[in-house]
Design a protein around this ligand. Structure first.
Ligand code: FES
Length: 172
């Protein structure tokens, strides 16, 4: 029901678009709210309804970091870059994650498993440097421990994929 309401919101915005300047950003925001990112088909709809060339729409999307052209990963990593974490090595932790996953901040791995973001203080300063992975907090990190944590998440994801495959093929 919630999804249907969001879809109506996106469609409604498209329908009532009247060419007013500044309407493109709210349209993109509502598309992202509906789809979780801005898929190619949403860009097609918007280009059709507004007569704004797709290349211009892509230009706006890539200019603003709030917009995503790909869905969020299964695991969303938030590296705290607040003051306590900053002085305790948050930069090194971020660089280690980027190296381990082969992505940069605001990006998602090719397999759709991880999205990397940064965040201001998450309220666990005594555990600095800290990251959150979905709702779980990991603190007192070192480059080695953060690599281990990420590899454990990968293993966990592989196990759940294997068990789904086994269940659907009647094994297990
Ligand atoms: S500065 Fe990172 S948790 Fe507070």
């Amino acid at each position: 029901m919630k999804t249907a309401a969001k879809h109506e919101n996106f469609s409604y915005r498209l329908w009532r678009y009247d060419g007013a300047p500044g309407e493109l950003i709210p349209l993109l925001q509502s598309a992202q709210e509906h789809f979780g990112y801005i898929p190619r088909r949403a860009i097609n709809y918007i280009a059709g309804a507004t007569a704004i060339p797709e290349s211009d729409i892509y230009g706006v999307i890539t200019f603003y970091s709030q917009f995503r052209l790909r869905p969020m990963g299964k695991y969303v990593i938030r590296v705290c870059v607040g003051t306590a974490c900053h002085v305790s090595g948050a930069k090194l932790i971020r660089e280690t994650i980027e190296d381990e996953l082969g992505i940069e901040v605001d990006d998602t791995t090719e397999d759709g498993l991880f999205t990397l973001n940064t965040v201001a203080c998450i309220g666990c300063c005594s555990l600095a440097p800290v990251i959150m992975i979905n709702d779980d907090t990991h603190g007192s990190l070192t480059p080695a421990s953060v690599r281990k944590i990420l590899r454990n998440y990968r293993k966990k994801a592989a196990v759940s994929t294997d068990s789904i495959a086994a269940t659907s093929s009647g094994i297990g």
